[in-house]
Write a protein of this length. Structure first.
Length: 77
């Protein structure tokens, strides 16, 4: 599984990822964050490159890693 510990994630990247793992489309993410869909795509593209994900279908790996990180944060007392 992909580890997010070695990937630079900005606060805005994290917001985009949170909405992505909730199942939001790029357009929905853009609306919620008050940015353009093109900006959402750029955040995701940059994150994929940092994570070494070259295949767009592997975005699930990134979303899964983010989900696991979020679950670990809530599980820790």
């Amino acid at each position: 599984m992909l580890s997010l510990n070695h990937i630079k994630i900005t606060p805005r990247d994290e917001q985009v990822l949170q909405l992505l793992i909730q199942g939001c489309s790029n357009k929905e993410i853009a609306t919620q964050l008050n940015i353009s869909p093109r900006t959402v795509k750029q955040h995701l593209r940059t994150l994929f490159l940092r994570a070494g994900i070259r295949d767009g279908r592997k975005r699930v790996k990134l979303a899964t890693a983010m989900f696991v990180k979020e679950q670990m944060k809530h599980a820790t007392p």
